[in-house]
Design a protein. Sequence first.
Length: 259
Amino acid sequence: MAKVIKSKFQLPLVFTLLILGFFVFVPMISAFEYSIRTPAKGGYGWDSYLWAIREEEFMYYIIRSTWLAGVTVLITLFVLVPTLTWIHLSNSKVRGLIDGLSLLPLVIPVVAFAVGAQISFPEFVKNTVLELPFLYFVLALPYAYRALDIGLSAIPLKTITEAARSAGANWLRTITSVIIPVIRGSVMATIALTFALSLGEFTLTVLLHWDTFPTWVTYVAQENILGAIAISMMSLILPFLLLTIITLFVPERSTQGRK
């Protein structure tokens, strides 16, 4: 019976994954094929990628956007993990309200959000590029919130928290050494979503008159469209490689426990 049920749902699942793969990978493959064209010579080559790497400001903006995205990830985890842990443990009646508030960045226009946020920031933040990670955090909130919420809902949070507390761990140690390793999959999903959104955010950055990697790509696209496509491809590949490295080299919870 189990085999019949499994085979019944396996075909639709494979079909759905093929459709999703078609919509995701075909445009990427097409963009890559276009980026390696060499109209002057004919055929294909790496001229566009070499041109992008040789640009003076390429590494500067890559590094700038990467560390801004990293700061956003840290802010997201620092705020959401303790907050969601408290919400799940307390069974607070405000949980529905918080769930609704976390969706507001999806319905508030970015223009209104950028102007309002910039006015409300303190002067020492408003005049520096450090305002961007806080705003990126708000934009990523709907996705990061639900990724962590799913992970915390799938574990016996109260049981493991009480066990850690009874063993003498304070709340900081409980969250960092017990809860986060248990929901490692949700944490990695949160990091991936937040990092990717922060690295590719364009509208908010332009409205606040800051220069990051996405805005620089639009600038160089005016002089070399193939080079701009090559840079865009690298902006897709680099976060994927970084997150893959993080996933491979962050030890599993069982390994940490044995050590």
